[in-house]
Every structure is written in structure tokens, then in C-alpha cells.
Design a protein around this ligand. Structure first.
Ligand code: CTP
Length: 401
């Protein structure tokens, strides 16, 4: 039916970019990007109407987002033509506008398109040898100024390289090195750089990408004290193990993976530098707090636990319950002693869920006058439960009595 809408509105319609790339790589991708030669919004409205789907159109940009019945989202964009197109040349420009649109993109593997008009349905369009590069597992930019135009593409190259198991082509590597040497990062806003760093850190295994950033001295380009060291790399791998372990334990409890890794990246920095980097990269206040102050508190806590363990559960709880999940996972990675790692894992998987079964209501029924004493009593009950002394509500009531 999408092809029918294309034909009815007199447009050439293509699915492009990541979706086609992932199709050829047999990878799942649920983001559908459509490029339209012609009136993209007219097409989008027609298609949405035929499917009874919701549509948000942005006429200023010639784009629209269609949400299908099953929640599936389709992005529609009008092919961007060159500015110098004269009205007289319109038919010519229209014909090549898909190519012009694809030419603006980052890597050849992202420039593949599949036509959706009924007569041409399924035709693969490959203007920049994307298929060959997919076959050769190579990442190549389309034109030499690509990284200068958009330095975030350097991060994307590194991310895709590791995600797909590809290699950045020789010329492309040289262009990355040149761009970094030219100082393109001075023109890149901190927020955009951070967006790319987060994308990398949210990948399944960000460690190879971070290594690669290190090889390009890209982290050092952001701030000298972020220069990647062997120690940081080892710690990143520990963080990966800790995160995987944690996610097995508590799959229902969200943890921002990127934050754990980012804490590791900041671990060689002193407080002043760490703060400065957070400011440059525009982290939110709570994120900075976690990465700087909380991380330092965590380091102290690790040292303390190493001295104190073994501990009663109730004391372990009191040491650890002040920390957010991300910090605890970081601690699990950063602790050198196995015993400390284990204690934190024990807290994360079990202890933090322990609460008394009795409530204020029960205390009232027992004839204890309501007041600040309740909190104290309940905390004592919790400690006793943590230490394995209480196993039922009855036992808790008897304990209080
Ligand atoms: N693109 C680009 N330069 C960028 C970002 C994106 O040229 N700095 C282009 C790419 O060609 C890409 C398209 O815009 O195909 C959409 O980008 P994105 O939404 O990031 O999709 P993906 O390439 O699929 O990446 P991801 O899987 O991480 O979403």
C-alpha cells in the first residue's frame, strides 16, 4: 500500500539508510526512514490516510512522522535538492534528488536505498558502492570533507566499526587523523560530542570503540586528562563484566550503562579536571554529581570495605544504601579485592530489597503510641532481618515486643 500511495501522489519513494544497510547485514532495525522525490508531506498524508495511522507533519522541513497502528514509526523526508537548482532544471533535479540527498550522508554503507513505487518495488539503488563496502566489511566516507563538515562522524565511524565488525578504510582513517589534527573538535559543541560518546557507551560492548578513540587520541583531544591508559582500558573491561553480571541479577532494574563507563573514563582525572570535563560536555547536574563527588565517595568506601570485611549484612547495607545503582556497579568494577566485589553484588542482588514485613499500622495495633520511635523500631527490625534473625511477621512482632 505504500507503493500505491507513492504512485497516487506522483512521488518516487524510497526506504533508505540504516534500515537497508541492516537488511543486507541480516540485522534487526525498526527505524524506517523514507525519502521522497516530490511532495513528501502529500505522500505521507496519503499513506497515513490509507492505513488509518497518526501523522505529524513539519511542513517547514518537508518531513513527517507516521505512527502505524502497532506503534511502528516511519520517518518521511522530502529529498533535499541543491540550492542552485533553477526552476527550469526542475525535472532533472528531481530525478537526481535522491542521489543528492544520499550524497550528504556519512558512510557508503548508509547510502543504499530501495524503491517502493509499485512498478519498481524492491529495486536496490546503490549510487556510492555501498553493497561492495558491506561485502568487504569496510567503512568509507563518501567525500573527503565529510569529517570536517561533521566531526560527530568520527565517533560514528568508530561505533559502526565495532558494532558491525567492519574496518575503517585506509583513506577514511587518514581523513579522520587529518580532521583531528586540524582541530575540528574545537568547532564541535560539548553537548554533541557527549551525545556521540553516550551512543558509543550504550553499545553492547563499547570497549573496542573506546580503544579506537584512544588510538586516534580523541579522548585526549576533548581533554588531556582523559587520555586513555592501559589501566582505564582494563577497568572498562571490568565494568563490562560488572554490568553484564548486574543485568543478569536484576534485569528489571534499569541502570544507565553509559554512566558506569563514563565514570571509568573519568577515573584518572583529579576532581577539578573531572568537573571541568563534565561542564565541557554539558552533563546534567545529577550526572556530574555521580561522576565526580559520588565516585570519590565510592573510592573511599571500597577502601573501607577492603579493611572491614567480613561485615554483618546490616552494616554492609548501611555502607552501601547511600549509593545509586550506577555507582555500585562502578564500585564492583573498581574494587580490586574479590571479597569486596562479592559483597557489593550481594547487596545489589539481595540486601537492598530487604524491608520489614510489619508496618506502622502493626505497631499501632500493638499499642505503641505513634511518633518518631516508629522509624527507629522499623530500622531495628530491618537490621535484624538483614542479619537473618527474623523470617516472618510473627517473629518481627515478637522481636518488637
Ligand atoms: N547521518 C549522517 N551524519 C551524521 C548522522 C547521521 O550522515 N552525523 C546519516 C546517516 O547516513 C544515517 C542517517 O543519517 O543513515 C540516519 O542516522 P541515524 O538516525 O543515526 O541512523 P543509523 O545510521 O541507523 O544509526 P543508529 O543505528 O545508531 O541509529
Amino acid at each position: 500500500s505504500i507503493g500505491k500511495s507513492a504512485d497516487e501522489t506522483g512521488c518516487h519513494v524510497f526506504v533508505v539508510g540504516g534500515f537497508v544497510r541492516d537488511l543486507l547485514l541480516y540485522r534487526k532495525n525498526e527505524d524506517i526512514d523514507i525519502v521522497v522525490e516530490g511532495d513528501g508531506i502529500h505522500f505521507a498524508k496519503n499513506f497515513a490516510g490509507s492505513r488509518d495511522a497518526r501523522i505529524h507533519a513539519y511542513s517547514k522541513f518537508g518531513t513527517a512522522v507516521i505512527t502505524l497502528e502497532d506503534g511502528f514509526k516511519v520517518d518521511v523526508a522530502t529529498a533535499r535538492t541543491e540550492y542552485y537548482a533553477s526552476p527550469a532544471a526542475l525535472p532533472e533535479v528531481e530525478k537526481s534528488s535522491l542521489k543528492a540527498d544520499l550524497y550528504r550522508r556519512d558512510f557508503t554503507i548508509n547510502t543504499l536505498a530501495i524503491q517502493l513505487n509499485e512498478k519498481y518495488y524492491g529495486t536496490l539503488i546503490d549510487h556510492f558502492s555501498g553493497q561492495k563496502d558491506i561485502k568487504d566489511k569496510t567503512l568509507r566516507i563518501i567525500h573527503n570533507l565529510s569529517f570536517v563538515e561533521d566531526p560527530t562522524r568520527i565517533f560514528r565511524a568508530v561505533r559502526f566499526e565495532s558494532r558491525f565488525g567492519f574496518t575503517i578504510g585506509k583513506l577514511t582513517v587518514r581523513l579522520i587523523e587529518n580532521a583531528i589534527r586540524m582541530g575540528v573538535f574545537k568547532r564541535l559543541s560539548g553537548a554533541r560530542a557527549m551525545g556521540e560518546i553516550v551512543s558509543i557507551l550504550e553499545e553492547n560492548d563499547p570497549v573496542p570503540s573506546i580503544r579506537r578513540l584512544g588510538e586516534f587520541r580523541l579522548l585526549a583531544a576533548l581533554h588531556p586528562s582523559m587520555a586513555l591508559t592501559e589501566k582505564t582500558t582494563a577497568l572498562l573491561m571490568e565494568a563490562r563484566k560488572a554490568l553484564d553480571g548486574y543485568e543478569l541479577l536484576a534485569e528489571d532494574l534499569r541502570c544507565h550503562r553509559w554512566l558506569v563507563y563514563f565514570m571509568v573514563l573519568l577515573s584518572p582525572c583529579n576532581t577539578a579536571d573531572a568537573k571541568k570535563i563534565c561542564r565541557i560536555l554539558r552533563l546534567a547536574g545529577w550526572q556530574e554529581e555521580l561522576c565526580v563527588k559520588e565516585r570519590e565517595r565510592a573510592e573511599l568506601c571500597i577502601k573501607r570495605l577492603a579493611r572491614e570485611l567480613p561485615l554483618d549484612n546490616s552494616i554492609l547495607y548501611s555502607r552501601l544504601h547511600v549509593f545509586k545503582t550506577e555507582v555500585l556497579v562502578y564500585m564492583m568494577a573498581a574494587a580490586e579485592r574479590k571479597q569486596v566485589k562479592k559483597a557489593i553484588a550481594h547487596y545489589l542482588s539481595k540486601l537492598r530489597f530487604v524491608t520489614p514485613l510489619i508496618q506502622g499500622r502493626d505497631l499501632k495495633e500493638m499499642g505503641i503510641p505513634p511518633g518518631p520511635a516508629y522509624r527507629k523500631i522499623l530500622l531495628q527490625v530491618q537490621d535484624a532481618r538483614l542479619n537473618g534473625m527474623l523470617h516472618s511477621k510473627e517473629e518481627e512482632m515478637a522481636f518488637v515486643a
